[in-house]
Design a binder for this molecule. Structure first.
Ligand code: FUB
Length: 491
């Protein structure tokens, strides 16, 4: 690798959530939505793609804007492009599938699924049409949201849908208020809701022909929407459909009702008999080693992503939240293992991600690569921006830093490799005055303290602290008055 990779692995001013990683040729491409730094709602920017050589995941290259929302003929009230996916068609061209939404998700469920095409995976894509029936009317069965697409040995399968908690109620069709609520939320008629006893909500699959637009038959529901009493009960499907085929097994990756996690289900079939298998990652590490939701290690919100085998190693790509918001999300990735029984043990969020090994504790690192940012009571925040004070990755002009660090705030960096380290510091500013306890084990006593004083400008605060050689998480815990911001950590 030319350099070290860390999370987030794209430039720090880049916000690409909902990532679908795909290896095409000798590069891996990350297709995702495009949030604005400090944006007011989801996906305010046009699709921008990054790619990296499969043998150097530190070397991401911006391929530029590959497609603009304004290219979609429906652009207007719904002007934000949500989570896309790209597949190579049987003609060797690349096809981009996506859906449009208005602010805060409004209208995002109204469909249909749009399609754009390009000769290269790196763009630029041109609008092709929408997923449709043979008579050319739009295919809008169920909820055409978050398409994920695969070319399954020549068969193009689109997975899509969304599902809300209340639909588990047995009697919702008898509840006029809920029927009307669903009709309005999903852009359906009351009659269509009533005529769909299997619910318009749920995870679905439809096959399209070689024109990449025309469906071959009606979509099928791949998981029963009623999850009570099934193995999906604790982690029902919410959104973010993504499919991978590993050997002959279909891996359906999705975001559950819990919202902060990517789960997976497997089947020998593309359209039925999926069994829930587990959580791959939570952006608050909930569930990892039994961690409870109230002990989440970050503010949580949506997450969305998938798995990909890159140069013989499997990874999960997901996104984290910044700016106390669900609208400024950044791409992160971790190594995963698919065990011989097909299971994927949950992995923790780290700072070293694609690096494949711990970061070297030398020089300086941006403080925002913290994989854990918590004050001990971090909230969940789907489709919102929190207004109250809490520590967060933030920005001002060209600077990115961890902001609103008050007494008790804890930053975690997993993992660093220490060798001969005798000094550690931070570049900080703010009105805070106190100390930063330095630890190398979550529950162990600090190994030293960095004193910090009020400063209106970025100032380096360092302390002589001997760190034993080895690989450890680095923990920084602020204790003092007022608030500080930290821009860099220094070795
Ligand atoms: O990025 C907009 C929406 O947020 C996606 O479509 C969902 O999957 C969620 O990540």
């Amino acid at each position: 690798m030319k350099k070290q990779a860390f999370n987030p692995f794209l430039p720090l001013n880049e916000y690409i959530p909902d990532g679908e990683p795909h290896v095409f040729g000798d590069r891996v491409y990350l297709y995702g939505s495009h949030d604005k730094e400090g944006g007011e709602t989801f996906c305010m920017l046009d699709y921008t793609v990054y790619s990296a050589p499969v043998d150097d995941l530190s070397d991401w290259r911006c391929e530029g804007t590959i497609y603009r929302a304004g290219q979609d003929p429906d652009y207007g009230e719904r002007k934000f492009m949500y989570a896309p996916d790209v597949v190579r068609g049987n003609d060797g061209r690349y096809y981009l599938y996506y859906c449009m939404s208005g602010e805060y998700g409004k209208g995002g469920y109204f469909g249909p699924i749009s399609v754009a095409v390009c000769d290269s995976p790196a763009g630029k894509f041109e609008y092709l049409g929408f997923v449709r029936y043979p008579d050319k009317t739009p295919m809008k069965k169920y909820v055409c949201f978050d398409p994920g697409v695969i070319n399954d040995n020549g068969t193009i399968r689109i997975y899509y849908g969304t599902q809300y908690i209340y639909d588990n109620d047995d009697d919702y069709i008898a509840n006029e208020e809920r029927v009307l609520e669903q009709a309005s939320m999903f852009g359906k008629s009351r009659q269509e809701i009533l005529d769909t006893p299997e619910s318009v909500m749920g995870a679905n699959m439809v096959v399209v022909g070689d024109d990449m637009l025309t469906v071959k038959g009606e979509p099928t529901r791949i998981i029963p929407y009623k999850t009570k009493g099934t193995d999906f009960e604790e982690h029902p499907f919410f959104e973010a459909s993504s499919m991978r085929k590993v050997g002959s097994t279909y891996y359906f990756i999705y975001s559950s009702w819990l919202n902060h996690e990517l789960c997976y289900a497997t089947s020998p079939f593309p359209d039925r008999d999926f069994r829930f298998r587990g959580t791959i990652i939570s952006n608050g590490d909930i569930g990892f080693n039994g961690r409870k939701a109230e002990d989440r290690l970050n503010m949580t919100g949506t997450t969305h992503g998938s798995i990909e085998n890159i140069n013989g190693q499997w990874y999960v790509f997901y996104h984290r939240l910044t700016h106390k918001s669900d609208y400024s999300r950044q791409a992160c990735a971790e190594r995963i293992t698919i065990l011989p029984d097909g299971s994927i043990p949950q992995v923790e969020v780290t700072s070293c991600g694609l690096n494949g090994k711990p970061l070297i504790a030398e020089g300086s690192y941006p403080a925002v690569i913290a994989c854990n940012i918590t004050n001990g009571k971090m909230p969940h925040g789907s489709n919102k921006i929190h207004k109250f004070s809490l520590p967060n990755v933030s920005s001002c002009g060209n600077e990115r830093f961890v902001a609103e660090i008050s007494s008790g705030t804890f930053l975690g960096y997993k993992y660093f490799s220490f060798r001969g380290n005798k000094k550690i510091g931070v570049t900080a500013c703010g009105n805070g005055s106190g100390k930063i306890a330095v630890g190398i084990g979550m529950n162990e006593n600090p190994i030293g303290e960095i004193p910090v004083f009020p400063s209106e400008v970025w100032t380096d605060f360092t302390a002589e602290i001997s760190i034993p050689d080895g690989v450890y998480p680095l923990y920084l815990r602020y204790c003092g008055n007022g608030e500080i911001k930290i821009k860099n950590i220094l070795f």
